[in-house]
Design a protein around this ligand. Structure first.
Ligand SMILES: [Zn+2]
Length: 340
């Protein structure tokens, strides 16, 4: 199985998690491939950081294989910043390292790492540069519109659902206006309105995909008010919409948005939670409600199609035949700070 959205930390954030620990837990959860996000410290926005990260992963993959017996594959996203030259360079690196790079990532609001490209003119600039360079790959976007955030507690109200829906509308519009020819991927979609926009865009034959997480499909803000992440947990209506979209094919794949933090970072208000256990809980929940083929598509096949990857089904079948709660509980033990 593939988890196409993880934050494996390491480097200056070794106290949060190391790549080795993250990959070992991913292997335990049945994932034999992950796509790592670039808001690391330092961030993956140039060739030096990219090379350094791939070297680290290469070294760790051998250790993970020795300890778990799983042959993992690792890819990463290159982060974009509000600089046309950096974006052009990212397009070049995407082609040069094609086997190791899953795509480009834009944060349309500030989140962990402060890599946000938040204003409308800057976001339009990104699509203009990508269109000019003829970029054909995946552009994964963290969609929240920062100007609609409120200075309010709790977290779910500070980053309201309409800010995500508005940002998805922006990305669809800006990419269309620029003649962007790549695939626009909406990360961790969590609102009914955003799903309706993606559904319509797909009907209009736009090259659009979206991913959903275990936490947004299983929990609403009443169930788990202490779980903090970006985008935040939503109302029950939104949660149900995500679950429906996983079943009806609007959601292309499940992505964990695995993002553990140290206790000190949690205390200082960091957003992000470990994700593999919730992906497994979602797997278990969907298993009784959708076909084997649909589940295979959500956890492996669709992302393989989009990325041009071929993969066997051994890991998927192993998880399919496992006790999901038992596996998820084992993963929870790896992240003790999650325990309330
Ligand atoms: Zn993320």
């Amino acid at each position: 199985m593939i988890d196409p959205h993880v934050h494996l930390r390491d480097w200056d954030q070794c106290d949060e998690e190391t790549v080795e620990h993250g990959l070992r837990c991913a292997a335990l959860a049945g994932f034999d491939e992950v796509f790592d996000m670039p808001n690391t410290s330092p961030p993956i926005v140039d060739e030096t950081a990219l090379e350094r990260r791939l070297e680290l992963a290469d070294h760790v993959l051998k250790k993970v294989h020795d300890s778990t017996g799983v042959s993992m594959n690792y890819r990463l996203y290159i982060g974009l910043v509000a600089d046309p030259l950096q974006i052009e360079n990212a397009c070049r690196l995407y082609l040069k390292y094609r086997d190791h790079v899953a795509g480009l990532k834009m944060f349309a609001s500030q989140s962990t790492g402060n890599m946000g490209i938040v204003t409308e003119p800057m976001q339009r600039m990104v699509y203009d540069v990508l269109a000019k360079k003829g970029y054909q790959g995946l552009l994964a976007v963290h969609c929240e519109k920062q100007e609609l955030f409120a200075d309010e507690a709790p977290h779910s109200l500070a980053r309201p659902s309409f800010s995500e829906t508005a940002s998805v509308l922006d990305q669809l519009k800006f990419s269309y206006d620029a003649g962007f020819s790549g695939i626009l991927h909406v990360c961790h979609i969590s609102t009914k309105g955003a799903l309706e926009l993606v559904r319509k865009a797909k009907n209009d034959r736009r090259k659009v995909t979206c991913g959903a997480t275990g936490h947004h499909s299983l929990f609403n803000l009443d169930h788990k008010p202490y779980l903090k992440m970006n985008p935040p947990l939503r109302q029950e209506e939104d949660r149900q919409a995500v679950m429906e979209a996983l079943k009806d094919g609007t959601v292309d794949w499940v992505e964990s948005d695995h993002a553990p933090h140290s206790l000190s970072r949690i205390r200082s208000g960091a957003s992000g939670i470990p994700g593999f256990a919730n992906s497994l809980r979602l797997f278990g929940c969907l298993k009784t409600q959708v076909s084997y083929q649909r589940l295979l598509s959500l956890f492996q096949m669709r992302i393989c199609e989009v990325e041009g990857i071929s993969k066997g089904r051994e890991q998927f079948d192993r998880i399919y035949n496992s006790d999901m709660e038992e596996l998820a509980a084992r993963l929870d033990c790896e992240y003790p700070l999650l325990k309330d």
